[in-house]
Design a protein around this ligand. Structure first.
Ligand SMILES: [Zn+2]
Length: 82
C-alpha cells in the first residue's frame, strides 16, 4: 500500500487514486512532427528514482494533481506545481 497525499483530501490509499503516469512536456501542436506526438503519447522514461507523476483522485475530490515519487522506494514528496 502506498499513501499518496491528495492536496484537497489529504493522505489517501493509492487504491483510491489512479496513477496517470509521468509528466511529460506537451509538444507544440503547430510544429510537432508525428514522431514527436507518438513519443509524447506512448513513450516514458520509467527511471528508477524520482519521477514527477500525475495522479487522479477518483474516490475523493476527482481532481488531477502532481507529486514526485521515488519509483525505487515509493517515497513521496509534494511537487512544486501540485
Ligand atoms: Zn482528493
Amino acid at each position: 500500500m502506498i499513501v499518496v497525499p491528495c492536496p484537497n483530501c489529504g493522505p489517501r490509499n493509492s487504491s483510491d487514486l489512479r496513477n496517470a503516469g509521468e509528466v511529460a512536456p506537451r509538444p507544440d501542436p503547430e510544429t510537432a512532427s508525428l514522431t514527436e506526438w507518438r513519443s509524447y503519447l506512448y513513450l516514458r522514461e520509467n527511471p528508477a528514482g524520482w519521477v514527477t507523476e500525475t495522479w487522479y483522485c477518483r474516490s475523493g475530490c476527482r481532481r488531477y494533481f502532481t507529486i514526485e515519487r521515488n519509483t525505487a522506494t515509493n517515497e513521496i514528496r509534494e511537487s512544486e506545481n501540485s
